[in-house]
Design a protein around this ligand. Structure first.
Ligand code: GRG
Length: 295
C-alpha cells in the first residue's frame, strides 16, 4: 500500500471509531455530546491516531491488540486541548479546522465541558477497551496521562501563555514550550502504538526519541505556516502568533532560519527512524510529508 493510501485508511478508521468508542451525539445531555462530536468530527489531519497505528504495526505486524481504542483516545485528548486552547481565556480564536471554534458554535461553558468530557473519556476508553489485559491498560493510561499532564502538555501550554506576557524568550524557553506543548503528544502517540504492539523497552526508547524529534520538527513547520500561509489553507487564523507576541521559531530565529531548522530537525528524525528495528519506511515518509505540508 502506498503512503497516502495507508495514511487515509488509518485516518478513516479512527473517524469510524468515534461512532463505536464514544457515547453517541444523541446521548443525554444532548448538547454536551453533540459538542464533543462537533469538535472531533471537524476534520483534523488525524496525525496522532495515524502514529498510533503506524507504531503498532511496526512493532507487531500481526496485531495481537487492536490499536483503534488507543488511536481514538489520543484524538480525544488532542481535540480537548484544541477546544480549550481556543477559549477566550487562552488563545481566543474563532476558527479551528476550518469551522467556528466550539465556544463560537455553542457557548463557552459547553465548550469547556465538552473538552473536559473528551479528556476524561480518553482514560475511560483505555481502561475499558484494554481491560482484558490489566498491565497493558495500566501502561497505556500511564503513558497518556503523563504526556497530557502538568509537566508536559499542560505545562507547555502554561509556559506558552506566560511567555506571551514576557519581554523576551530564549531558546531554552522555546524548547521547553514546544517539547511539551507539541512533541509530548506526538511522542505519546507513538509510545501508545508501541505499547499496543508490545515493543521491547529498547525499541520503545528509540521510538520515543524519533517521536520527540518529529514533534519538534512538526512545531517548527507549524510556526512557519502560521507566519506564511493563509487562513483558508490552514483552517485556523493565520498570523496569530506574531499578533499575540507568541514565542515561536520564527520570532526567535527569523523565517529563513526557521525553515532551515525545520528541515534539519526533520532529517534528524529520519536518522532516528533508521535506528529503530523493523520497517520504518512509512514513518520516514510521514516525517518528510509533515515537513512539506501546507496546512
Ligand atoms: C489547553 C492543555 C491545553 C493545551 C493546548 C494543542 C495546544 C495546547 C495548543 C494549540 C496551539 C498549538 C499551535 C499547539 C501546538 C500543537 C499543534 C500544532 C496543534 C495542532 O495540531 P494539528 O495541526 O491539528 O495536528 P489538527 O486540527 O490537524 O488535528
Amino acid at each position: 500500500m502506498d503512503f497516502t493510501t495507508k495514511f487515509n485508511t488509518w485516518a478513516s478508521r479512527v473517524e469510524a471509531g468515534f461512532a463505536v468508542h464514544l457515547p453517541p451525539a444523541g446521548t443525554r445531555p444532548g448538547r454536551l455530546h453533540e459538542a464533543m462530536h462537533y469538535s472531533l468530527k471537524a476534520g483534523g489531519k488525524r496525525l496522532r491516531p495515524v502514529l498510533v497505528f503506524a507504531a503498532a504495526e511496526l512493532c507487531d505486524p500481526f496485531g495481537r491488540h487492536d490499536p483503534l481504542p488507543a488511536a481514538v483516545s489520543i484524538e480525544c485528548i488532542h481535540t480537548y486541548s484544541l477546544i480549550h486552547d481556543d477559549l477566550p481565556c487562552m488563545d481566543n480564536d474563532d476558527l479551528r479546522r476550518g469551522r467556528p471554534t466550539a465556544h463560537k458554535a455553542y457557548d463557552e461553558a459547553t465548550a469547556l465541558l465538552s473538552g473536559d468530557a473528551l479528556l476524561t473519556h480518553a482514560f475511560y476508553l483505555l481502561s475499558t477497551a484494554y481491560g482484558y489485559d490489566s498491565s497493558l491498560a495500566a501502561a497505556l493510561v500511564r503513558t497518556l496521562s503523563q504526556a497530557a499532564g502538568s509537566e508536559r502538555l499542560i505545562g507547555g501550554q502554561m509556559e506558552d501563555l506566560i511567555a506571551e506576557k514576557r519581554e523576551s524568550v530564549d531558546a531554552d524557553d522555546l524548547q521547553y514550550i514546544h517539547l511539551n506543548k507539541t512533541a509530548a503528544m506526538i511522542e505519546a502517540s507513538l509510545a501508545l502504538g508501541a505499547q499496543v504492539g508490545e515493543a521491547s523497552p529498547a525499541r520503545m526508547d528509540r521510538i520515543r526519541e524519533a517521536g520527540r524529534e518529529l514533534g519538534l520538527a512538526f512545531q517548527i513547520v507549524d510556526d512557519v505556516l502560521d507566519a506564511t500561509a493563509d487562513t483558508a489553507t490552514i483552517g485556523k487564523t493565520a498570523g496569530k502568533d506574531a499578533k499575540a507576541g507568541k514565542a515561536t521559531y520564527v520570532s526567535l530565529y527569523g523565517l529563513e532560519r526557521a525553515r532551515v531548522l525545520a528541515r534539519e530537525t526533520s532529517e534528524a528524525a529520519v536518522e532516528r527512524w533508521k535506528k529503530v528495528e523493523g520497517d520504518t519506511a512509512f514513518l520516514v515518509a510521514l516525517t518528510r510529508f509533515l515537513t512539506d505540508r501546507k496546512r
